[in-house]
Design a protein around this ligand. Structure first.
Ligand code: ADP
Ligand code: MG
Length: 686
């Protein structure tokens, strides 16, 4: 149970003064649902604001505070253009305060003609007039605005303003309790870190490196600690030793020899499964490295030893595809394979459920529904989780809690995580790495093309299609907004359908399941030849005859994601091409990243370089790669602080594995605070 002291921080945002249902929405968009989230919503940066007595004193582009008196309101006739309030300073200089859209309502109320107001904002020029667009603050008195000010700038969503956000943050901080220290005292002194509560306050007040480091460190420490507790708990669990006799594997007729890396990984898996401590192993291998066959052989080992195996896929599409692939590959072995997803209903479902209970089904492939309470197994011995990064640790844990004995777990991921980060994300597991590609892969010809050449690109696609080949068209990713992803894909689909007619199919997350299946099926069968899609095709989709991929607004994607997308082509023997369409306003880093995509196809190298290019500042995770290990720590902080955090966590677990000491108790609180409480829950069972 969460310690009572944290309760105020876990209250919903509408318990803040002035927050009702209307503000809750934009807050949710920023993923701020509880006071804890608001307190941790750290400023993106700070601006220095200078207080000036008149406009002559200020320069363009400067953030200022100034007293102005409105002299005239001007709305455009149609009501659609900007809304301007002309205002003058003490010397009679005129400045326009400008609003676009609905925001003008505030202007009308807050700037009555003839009444002096304190206005804060960025001074700009519009034609030959000085102006401030959407001033940050307007106040009838100078209190809090006068003087030189350091002001936080928060990430916002529509419907929120900086002052609003600052107000909510201040309220949330007020309710933050003092918490007992969980960082080892010696370390705390050496790193000169403030206490947790002070760090939160300081990080909101100014650019304070130690405060930021403290908060980041907490996250890294909590993460490491929770993963170590998982590992510790796993060691105490009872599993079953599964020793296959090779009888099923011998019957396989693979059309290729296994690579050295595949053999090595299988030997490691075989070694783990022969122990009665449950296996917790991660199989890390670039897109196309051949993880599926490894999974199949591991599952056959379990079957040979008299147990069942389950393969969990992150999406319906992938589950069906795995089911088809495995059935074909495993046909000569005589094992019984079934599929079970949320969509399988009625009699078919009943029959699969029966088969799992009575043991007539050896291997089941499905989405998370294979682990629902209604599903029981005769003897589940191995769980394989594909495209691991779509599942968090807490989900991984739930999966393995089926059955009296804990099944062995093999997680698979194609996300090329830099070595330094593997521990942070999968610290509870042992790692096998497929660092060798099957032979004979053709390099993918990758080109960066300006989006202004759209016509040429479409013509190129046309030539490609009329030569009888297939292609993917990936639509831009809109940050944090699935719905807009869909809109972009729909629009592009309409345009391309106009040109190519029935040869085009559409695939995005919002389509009803039957339509998704139908689209995939038509594309896989070669009836549809161009698949317009959002990133839903990112993982696993395998149509070897599709040899061209166009990615719109490629600069918006993370490198890892581009790499995964590109991995959809180059799967057959034909030559493949990937066109990265870029917008005109490309940052230096953006340019370098796309160039890197052109240069290499080595996922691990991409990951390492991406880390170096992004450097500090940018958050790890969000939609970069689907990994959400850290919300607070930046990449730079992870690189710098991770090792210490790991060591500190390891020491604590060694000394006080039950987290009973005062410091252990404090660490428990931290795990709840940062929502790694699955780590704590494990303690109870021992
Ligand atoms: P991923 O690791 O991305 O899941 P897959 O398992 O889908 O990769 O394998 C990609 C392709 O490579 C498949 O068509 C598979 O049959 C093929 N493949 C796997 N192992 C080998 C191998 N040792 N030699 C040749 N081709 C292989
Ligand atoms: Mg795969």
């Amino acid at each position: 149970m969460r310690p009572d002291i944290l309760n105020p921080l876990f209250a919903e945002t509408d318990s803040l003064d002035g927050v009702g249902p209307k503000l809750k929405k934009p807050l949710e968009k920023l993923r701020l649902t509880r006071l804890r989230d608001v307190a941790y919503h750290l400023p993106e940066r700070f601006v220095m604001r200078r207080s000036v007595t008149d406009l002559d004193e200020a320069s363009e582009g400067e953030q200022i505070v100034i007293a102005l008196t409105p002299i005239e309101h001007r709305s455009s006739g149609t009501g659609r253009g900007p809304y301007r309030v002309l205002a003058q300073d003490a010397k009679g200089n005129i400045c326009a305060l400008t609003w676009f859209g609905k925001a003008s309502y505030t202007a009308k109320k807050q700037l009555p003609v003839g009444e002096k107001r304190w206005v804060a904002g960025r001074l700009d020029r519009y034609g030959d007039m000085l102006q401030m667009v959407h001033p940050d603050h307007i106040s009838p008195d100078s209190a809090g605005l006068a003087g030189n000010l350091m002001e936080p700038v928060f990430r916002l969503a529509e419907g929120l303003t900086q002052p609003r956000m600052a107000g909510m943050v201040a309220q949330a901080l007020e309710r933050a309790p003092d918490l007992a220290e969980w960082i080892e005292p010696g370390l705390l002194g050496k790193m000169k870190l403030p206490s947790w509560r002070d760090a939160l306050m300081l990080a909101h007040r100014s650019d304070h490196p130690q405060a930021r480091d403290r908060l980041a460190y907490d996250e890294l420490f909590a993460n490491a600690l929770a993963l170590m507790l998982v590992r510790q708990a796993n060691r105490k669990r009872r599993g079953q030793a599964l020793k296959g006799d090779g009888s099923r594997r011998d019957l396989l007729q693979l059309p290729f020899p296994l690579t050295g890396a595949q053999k090595r990984s299988l030997a490691e898996i075989e070694g783990d499964m022969a122990q009665d401590t449950p296996m917790l192993r991660l199989l890390q291998g670039d897109v196309g490295a051949g993880k599926t066959v490894v999974a199949l052989e591991a599952m056959l080992m379990a079957v040979e030893a008299g147990a069942q195996a389950a393969l969990l896929a992150p999406t319906e599409i992938l589950a069906r595809q795995h089911y088809d692939t495995l059935r074909k590959l495993a046909a000569p072995t005589g094992v019984e394979i079934a599929i079970l997803t949320g969509r399988d209903k009625g009699r078919a479902r009943e029959s699969v459920l029966m088969g799992l209970v009575d043991g007539s089904i050896d291997i089941v492939v499905g989405t998370h529904s294979i682990f629902q309470d209604t599903v029981s197994y005769r003897n589940l011995g191995l769980v394989v989780i594909d495209e691991q990064h779509r599942f968090g640790v807490s989900q991984r844990l739930l999966l393995t809690q089926k059955g009296r004995v804990t099944p062995h777990t093999l997680a698979m991921t194609a996300t090329p995580i830099p070595r330094t980060l593997v521990l942070a994300q999968y610290g509870e597991m042992d790692v096998s790495r497929l660092d060798e590609m099957p032979p004979g892969r053709q390099p993918i010809d990758t080109r960066v093309v300006s989006a202004t050449r759209m016509e040429d690109v479409v013509a190129g696609v046309e030539r490609h299609l009329s030569s009888g080949q297939q292609a993917y068209w990936v639509c831009p990713m809109v940050r944090d907004n699935e719905v807009d992803d869909t809109a972009a894909a729909e629009a592009r689909y309409a345009a391309l359908k106009h040109r190519f007619g029935d040869a085009v199919e559409l695939l995005h997350g919002q389509l009803p399941p039957e339509r998704k299946d139908a689209a995939m099926a038509r594309f896989a069968a070669g009836e549809a030849r161009l698949l317009v899609a959002t990133t839903v095709i990112e993982v696993g989709v395998d149509v070897p005859t599709s040899t061209l991929m166009v990615i719109e607004q490629a600069e918006r994607f993370g490198l890892a994601q581009l790499h995964q997308l590109r991995g959809r082509v180059g799967r057959g023997s034909g030559k493949s091409t990937c066109l990265l369409l870029r917008g005109d306003e490309l940052s230096e880093t953006g340019r370098a990243r796309l160039a890197l995509m052109r240069e290499t196809q080595d996922g691990f190298r991409l990951a390492e370089e991406d880390l170096a290019l992004r450097g500090g500042g940018e958050l790890l995770g969000t939609r970069q790669s689907g990994d959400e290990a850290f919300n607070i720590a930046t990449l730079e902080q992870v690189t710098r602080l991770l090792e210490t955090a790991n060591d500190d966590a390891r020491l604590l677990v060694e000394r006080d594995g039950g987290l009973e000491s005062p410091r252990g108790q404090a660490a428990r609180t931290l795990l709840y605070l940062l929502e790694r409480d699955w780590g704590v829950t494990l303690l109870r069972g021992g």
